[in-house]
Ligand binder design. Structure first.
Ligand SMILES: *[C@@H]1O[C@H](CO)[C@@H](O)[C@H](O)[C@H]1NC(C)=O
Ligand SMILES: *[C@@H]1O[C@H](CO)[C@@H](O)[C@H](O)[C@H]1NC(C)=O
Ligand SMILES: *[C@@H]1O[C@H](CO)[C@@H](O)[C@H](O)[C@H]1NC(C)=O
Ligand SMILES: *[C@@H]1O[C@H](CO)[C@@H](O)[C@H](O)[C@H]1NC(C)=O
Ligand SMILES: *[C@@H]1O[C@H](CO)[C@@H](O)[C@H](O)[C@H]1NC(C)=O
Ligand SMILES: *[C@@H]1O[C@H](CO)[C@@H](O)[C@H](O)[C@H]1NC(C)=O
Length: 555
């Protein structure tokens, strides 16, 4: 039996110990299963016949995902002197490796930079695990692309970039966290998954009580209310109020944050020193790019070979361009957006990062008028209508552990349950964004939530295959305070983003790569990306809804 959090009131999920012996068999069954649900959509009854295997398949998947998100071990640092042995951006460097082609770079080539991490005393680090971001950009051209970072596990890292524009291009490498800080972040999720806690009010007549709620609650002595969702199995608990019943719960809100790390650990999260700080170049940080070679096809296949770690797109003149899949169109006017959304119902479901899209659309399209549902702007649900063009856009937040203020119990719905109530079809667009409120828990909790959402997405696509499902990925944020790091560190987001992408691989959904779109942009990282980035994200969404029609081929 595997629990999400140890020694606490929690929902248990069975998991076989002999799972690894069954691995090849289960991989086969899983493949067959996915093929079934994707291709034989009408044979939905198949699901029932293999439901027994289901729990094992998902447990197996959980193991594989845990493996894929495993982070390199960092040696324990117990001595009080340890800070001087940790990664220091100021002593670290990156070097652009010489071009293999006559010392010249051309559009279509790759650029590689070697990153060497040193400690505060300038000694080279001997192990990996630092969180590094790399980008190649030119702010004047509004151009930028994310570099793929490879950890050599010996204190050196490589960053590889696709060269995509002519002119100047500058490499930027950022130390997000030293490996030693990751060790702390990882420990906190194991030992203090309830460091962000929630509350609910209970009311009956004139009596009101408030108790603490979470995925797991500490004391088993105190009576608890079990709000585990029956269909999806999503766990949720509140301490039972003294005088009221469990069904008197009227709302859900963030209770607070308990900070509990040592003084020395705090030093691992210093803005400008070892948290989100630039690593200097040991030589030139920029290159000059010449036009592409004549006769060479401009062809990017890295994404196809390696979906998880390839580059999905880049900015040029401030406009996001995808490197594969749908061509991103620009919807510059409100009438272009209206034309695309005509006769559509768009349901945005998730955290505040998707509520931004609702806000963007209602602002950009004056005819799309927000309907007053008497809900709070930051909580929702929200709804906007364009009667003349038959457009409906809605926003609703995801279920617990949503860190919002006072969501009424009646609006506290899980995405999976909500999807089960969607008819779907060619006029329906579902957009999901669920990641940042899961950062403080062990990753298993997030994996299980996504599995239940994926089951609902597969059910929806089985009954209404023409439904468009779009998923917005996670994105990096500004890391300024210790609180920022301990609650939504980019390392947490990076791990969840990996799981999110892997989870929906092979399912007929589209991805808006918020991760790269924030990282490649010249504006600073923000949990709620600024309007120029949101505009590009909405362009990607609209390009999925209204793809450019292919010109008929001539014979
Ligand atoms: C993770 O996967 C790799 C390669 O597939 C394997 O070598 C390794 O043993 C696995 N690790 C765990 C902890 O399962
Ligand atoms: C710090 O690094 C030095 C040199 O690598 C090593 O001799 C020393 O044991 C390290 N100290 C700690 C506390 O890890
Ligand atoms: C680290 O590993 C990489 C890849 O294996 C290797 O090229 C490099 O020389 C190693 N660096 C050191 C300092 O050992
Ligand atoms: C909570 O309820 C669920 C569903 O009824 C059940 O499976 C689980 O065991 C319960 N958990 C606790 C700690 O009572
Ligand atoms: C702080 O964390 C330590 C270790 O994780 C734990 O033993 C201790 O009970 C925590 N203290 C509080 C007040 O939560
Ligand atoms: C690199 O940038 C500097 C200043 O931004 C500029 O003077 C120099 O010409 C650039 N070098 C190349 C090779 O583009």
């Amino acid at each position: 039996m595997v629990q999400i959090c140890k020694r606490q009131v929690c929902t248990l999920l069975p998991k076989s110990d002999c799972i690894f012996l069954l691995l090849p068999v289960l991989v086969f069954i899983f493949t067959i299963y996915i093929m079934d649900i994707l291709e034989v959509r009408t044979h939905f009854y198949l699901l029932n016949s293999i439901q027994l295997n289901f729990i094992y398949i998902e447990a197996l998947e959980e193991n594989l995902l845990l493996n894929s998100t495993a982070w390199p071990e960092t040696p324990s640092l117990s001595s009080p002197l340890f800070l001087s042995n940790t990664s220091d951006a100021a002593h670290s460097t990156f070097t652009i490796l010489p071009s293999i082609r006559e010392g010249q770079w051309r559009v279509g080539d790759k650029l590689e930079a070697l990153i060497k991490i040193h400690d505060f005393k300038g000694r080279p680090k001997k192990f990996g695990g630092d969180v590094l971001f790399a980008k190649l950009h030119n702010p004047t051209l509004g151009a930028g692309v994310v570099g793929q970072v490879v950890d050599h596990l010996n204190g050196s890292y490589s960053a590889e970039f696709s060269i995509l524009w002519e002119g100047s291009a500058q490499v930027e490498v950022t130390l997000v966290h030293p490996s030693e800080a990751v060790r702390v972040l990882h420990r906190l999720n194991r030992e203090q998954p309830d460091r962000i806690y929630f509350k609910s009010q209970f009311r009956s007549g004139s009596v009101t009580e408030t108790t603490i709620c979470n995925v797991c609650l500490h004391s088993a002595q105190q009576p608890v209310c079990n709000y585990t969702e029956l269909l999806t199995g999503e766990p949720w608990f509140c301490y039972k109020p003294k005088n009221l019943n469990c069904d008197a719960r009227i709302n859900h809100f963030t209770g607070g944050f308990k900070e509990n790390i040592t003084a020395i650990e705090k030093q691992l999260f210093q803005r400008g020193v070892n948290m989100k700080v630039s690593i200097p170049a040991s030589g030139p940080a920029n290159i000059t790019v010449l036009p592409k070679r004549k006769g060479k096809t401009f062809f990017f296949n890295n994404k196809i070979q390696n979906v998880e770690s390839g580059t999905s797109g880049y900015y040029y003149e401030g406009v996001w361009r995808a490197l594969y899949g749908t061509t991103v169109r620009e919807f510059k006017t409100s009438s272009a957006i209206t034309q695309c959304l005509k006769d559509k119902v768009v349901h945005l479901h998730g955290d505040s990062t998707i509520r931004q899209w609702f806000e963007y659309l209602t602002k950009a399209v004056p005819d799309l008028k927000e309907f007053n549902l008497h809900s709070q702007k930051k909580i929702g649900p929200l709804m906007a209508l364009d009667n003349a063009n038959n457009i409906l856009v809605t926003y609703r937040c995801h279920g617990p552990p949503i860190r919002f203020s006072k969501v009424p119990t009646s609006e506290l719905l899980y995405i999976a349950n909500k999807l089960d109530n969607v008819v779907g079809g060619s006029n329906t667009v579902i957009v999901l964004s669920i990641w940042s409120h899961f950062s403080t828990y062990p990753i298993q909790f997030y994996i299980r939530r996504l599995q239940s959402i994926r089951r609902a997405v597969v059910r929806l696509l089985s009954r209404a295959p023409d439904t468009l499902v779009v998923i917005r990925s996670a994105n990096p944020k500004a890391l300024i305070t210790l609180y920022d790091a301990l609650t939504v560190s980019d390392w947490y987001s990076l791990q969840r983003d990996k799981v999110l992408r892997a989870m929906f691989k092979g399912v007929n959904v589209h991805l808006v790569d918020a991760w790269e779109m924030v990282l490649a942009h010249h504006l600073p990282h923000d949990l709620h990306p600024p309007p120029p980035i949101i505009k590009n994200m909405v362009n990607v969404l609209l390009s999925y809804i209204c793809p450019r029609r292919r010109k008929p081929k001539r014979c």
